[in-house]
Ligand binder design. Structure first.
Ligand code: ADE
Length: 247
């Protein structure tokens, strides 16, 4: 029996935006190799009125249009295989709605999503999606950062890219991933390659020393200094983690 490939379903008004960047490089090769599958669903297909409308004015006024709950519901029901008010089959996790109002995406959440057999992403446009359909499907709301994109599609691409590189066989060198999770609370140390001197700037001497213990210590010190300067939030977590480990 072959295990089914990790599958992403994306509900969008712009299916032509996919696979987009995910059709290239690591993710693209993995897609071609059948390590993961991408299914796009055109939300407009589920519009039922004669104008095929998917959005309408906001109750209470204000600018912008809101995506209709009945249309989104029909699209979700078609891909998630359920039609009752409790709205989803047992083997499917809740749909993920990409929105700046969501919980910030973390590597930890990415790891968990990459371990599911399939995920369903809902991309909104305009001012968003009617709240009731999100409630009815118990959608998980995820943000990819504290800035506003013109729609959920670029956010979905970010989320999928982060998941796909964790699938077995996508990143060639398993050590790369292992190191990432080992150093998980720190930003990366800086990297250098040839030429050893470029525009009067030499590569840090220790890196050419061949002393692996010294190199490890130098990289760790660099990662710590950069994290402390740039990301006090990560630094505080790292220090707390260290304190726990040192008992
Ligand atoms: N849609 C618009 N902006 C977004 C963001 N920052 N994260 C997720 N979805 C979005």
């Amino acid at each position: 029996m072959t295990s089914p490939v990790w599958t992403a379903r994306v509900l969008t008004l712009f299916p032509e935006m996919f696979p987009g960047p995910l059709g290239h490089s690591l993710a693209g090769k993995a897609l071609e190799a059948g390590i993961w599958a991408l299914e796009t669903v055109d939300i407009r297909y589920f519009a039922s009125d004669k104008h095929r409308s998917v959005d309408d004015a906001a109750f209470g006024g204000g600018p912008g249009l809101v995506m209709r709950p009945d249309v989104i519901d029909a699209a979700l029901a078609a891909v998630m295989g359920a039609a009752g008010p409790d709205r989803r089959s047992a083997d499917a996790g809740p749909p993920i709605y990409l929105t700046p109002r969501g919980r910030p995406l973390t590597q930890e959440r990415v790891r968990a999503l990459a371990a599911e057999p399939r995920i369903t992403l809902l991309c909104g446009r305009y001012e968003g999606v009617d709240e009731r359909v999100l409630e009815a499907w118990q959608a998980e709301e995820i943000s990819v950062g504290d800035y506003v994109l013109s729609g959920g599609e670029p956010a979905a691409i970010v989320l999928l890219d982060a998941c796909v590189r964790l699938l077995p066989g996508v990143v060639g060198d398993a050590k790369t991933l292992a190191e990432e999770s080992f150093e998980g609370w720190l930003l990366e140390y800086p990297h250098y390659t040839r030429p050893q001197e470029w525009r009067g700037r030499p590569v840090p001497e220790v890196l050419a020393s061949g002393n692996h213990q010294k190199i490890r210590a130098w990289r760790r010190a660099q990662a710590e200094a950069t994290t402390r300067q740039r990301r006090p939030d990560l630094w505080a977590r790292y220090r707390a983690q260290q304190a726990v480990m040192e008992g």
